[in-house]
Design a protein around this ligand. Sequence first.
Ligand code: ADP
Ligand code: MG
Length: 626
Amino acid sequence: MVKQEFKAESKRLLDMMINSIYSQREIFLRELISNASDAIDKMYYKALTDDALHFDPDHYYIKVVADKETRVLKISDTGIGMTKEELENNLGTIAKSGSLAFKKETELKDGYDIIGQFGVGFYSAFMVADVVTVISKAVGSDTAFKWESTGADGYTIVTTEKDAVGTEIILKIKENTEDENYGEYLEEYGLRAIIKKYSDFIRYPIKMDVTRKRPKEDSEGEFEEYQEEQIVNSMVPIWKKNKSELTSEDYENFYTEKRYGFDKPIKHIHLSVDGVVRYHAVLFIPENMPFDYYTKEYEKGLELYSNGVLIMNKCADLLPDYFSFVKGMVDSEDLSLNISREMLQHDRQLKVIAKNIKTKIASQLQSLLKDEREKYEQFYTSFGRQLKYGVYSDFGSHKELLQDLLMFHSSKEKKLVTLAEYVSRMPEDQKYIYYASGETYERIEKMPQTELVLEKGYEILYFTDDIDEFAIKMITTYQDKEFKSVSSGDLGIEAEESQNDTDSAENENKALFEEMKHILADKVKDVRASKRLKTHPVCLSTDGEVTIEMEKILNAMPDNQNIQAEKILEINTNHEVFSSLQDALAKDKEKLHLYTNLLYNQALLIEGLPIHDPVEFTNNICKIMV
Ligand code: ADP
Ligand code: MG
C-alpha cells in the first residue's frame, strides 16, 4: 500500500483549515452533512437523465451514528458515491470541489441547488478527528474503495467491501484535552443540537438512533432502554413554504423555536424574492425591547443561510442600525458560501439583499402604522428612539426612509401623532411646526414658553428623548414646513395688538432693560419684553441654532465642549412684577440688582438648569421676606 502525498498546495491549506478558517469546531458536522446532501442531489439529477436509474425518495437519507466506546463517529449517505479517481481528485486535492464542477456541467433545476463549491469543507473533519476514513461505492461501479488519512502527511486508497452505493465518513474522534472536550461530538444530545442548529433544513432526512426508555415487560416500575431511529431535522424550512399555507401561529412557533425572543412578535414579514438575487427571508418585529437593547452588549443581525445551511448566526451587514431590533433569517441560493466573515462583508449579493430588506421593513412598518395603530404605538414605545437615531445618523441620509415612521406626543391630541398628521391639521396662518423640549410631558405642559403658541390654537409636539431635537435638525423641513422650538427667540407668529403693546413697553422702558442686561452681562445675551408670556412673569428663550435642551445634552456628553445656547431673558411687561422692577429702577438700584438676579434664577429653575449659587438665591428670597 503506497502512501500518497497530498497535492502540493494542499498541505499548507490543510494546515490553515485546521487552525484558522473555521472558528467553531462543531461546523465539521455541517460540512459533512452538506456533502452527503449534495451527493444525494447528484443522484437525483442523474436519475433525471439516466433511464436506468430511478430516484426513490424513501431510499435517500443521511445517517449519523456515534460510538462512545470506540470514539467513532460515522456519517453515511446513500448518495452518488465516489470512484477511485474521484476520491483521489476530490479528497486528495484541497480546494478542488467536485461539486462545483458538477454544478457547471449540469443545469440545475430551481430549488435543488448544490451547496458545496469551495472544496475545503471536507477537511474540517480533521479539526475533531485523528483519522478520517472514507468508504465509498460510486453509482454504476462494482468496486468500493477506502480512502484514509491522518491529516497533513497524506492518504491511502485501497479496495474494500460495501454493499450499497453511497459514502461513509468515519471519524476517529480526538482524545479530550484540557481545553477541548471532543467527546461532546459523540454524545447523542450534543450531536442532535448541532444538527438542529446548522442542518435543520437539509431536504433529506438526517437519521440518528435515539436512546429511549420504556416500561420493562412483566416487571412493574422498572424501565429498559432501547434504540429507535429518528429523523432529527425538519427538512422543509418555513421560509420555503407557501405563505398561504402558514398561520400566524406557525410564525410565532418559529420565533420561539429559534429563540429570537421570549415575547411574541408584533409582526412577521415573509419575503420570497425572485429578482437579481433570489432569497427567502422571515423577519420579525419583536413586541418587547430586549433587556440589553440600548446597551453595548446588544448584537444586531440576521441568521444567514446558504441554501438551507446556516453559515452565520448574526449577520450584522444585513440590518442597518436603525432597524437593529429586527430578528429573523435570510436564505439565499445565490450567495456564495464564503468561508470567512471578512469576505462576506464585500459580497455584492449580500448588499443587494440588505438594501432590499431595509426597504421592505420600512414599508411594512408604514402599513403597521396605517392599519394597526395600537400595535405600531406599542412598537414605537420600544424602538422609536432607534428610528429617531436613524434619522440623525449618517448626516440625515436616511431621513426620507424614516421620517414618516416618527411619532411625537401632541399637546392637542394628548397622544402620539405623526408629522403628516400634524401638518394636515395646521391652520392656514401657521408657518412652523412647533415643538417644546423637556424632561416629561408634565413639565413641558407647564413651560411658560408654550403660552402664546397654545393661545393661538397651534399644536405643539413634545420632545422628551435626548435625540429628538437633533433628529429634527436633520430633517430641517417636513412637507416644506420648518420646525421651531417654542423657546426660540422669534416664534414667527404674526403681529397683533398685544405685540405692539410689547414693542412700546420695551421702548418706554429702554433704561430698565439696559440696566438689567448690564446686571446679567455675562449670563444672558439680551433682556427683552416677552411676546409669548401670558401669565408667567419670566422665561428664557434662545437665539440661534442651539436650544437650551441641546445645551444640556451636549454638556452631559463625555467630550463636553461647553457649548452654550444664546440665552434671552424674557420679561412679561403685563405682570405685576414688572412695576416692581420699574419702581426699583427709579428708587433703589440695589433692589433692581436683587430682583433681576432672582428672576434670572427663576427662569433657570423653570428650564431645569442648575442655578449658579443656590445659597445666595435662597438668601435673596429671605431678604425680600423680611
Ligand atoms: P465542496 O463541498 O465545497 O465541494 P468539500 O471539501 O466539502 O468541498 O468536498 C470535496 C468534494 O468531495 C466534493 O465536491 C465532492 O465531490 C466530494 N465529496 C465529499 N463528500 C462526499 C460524499 N459524501 N459523497 C460524494 N462525494 C463527496
Ligand atoms: Mg462541502
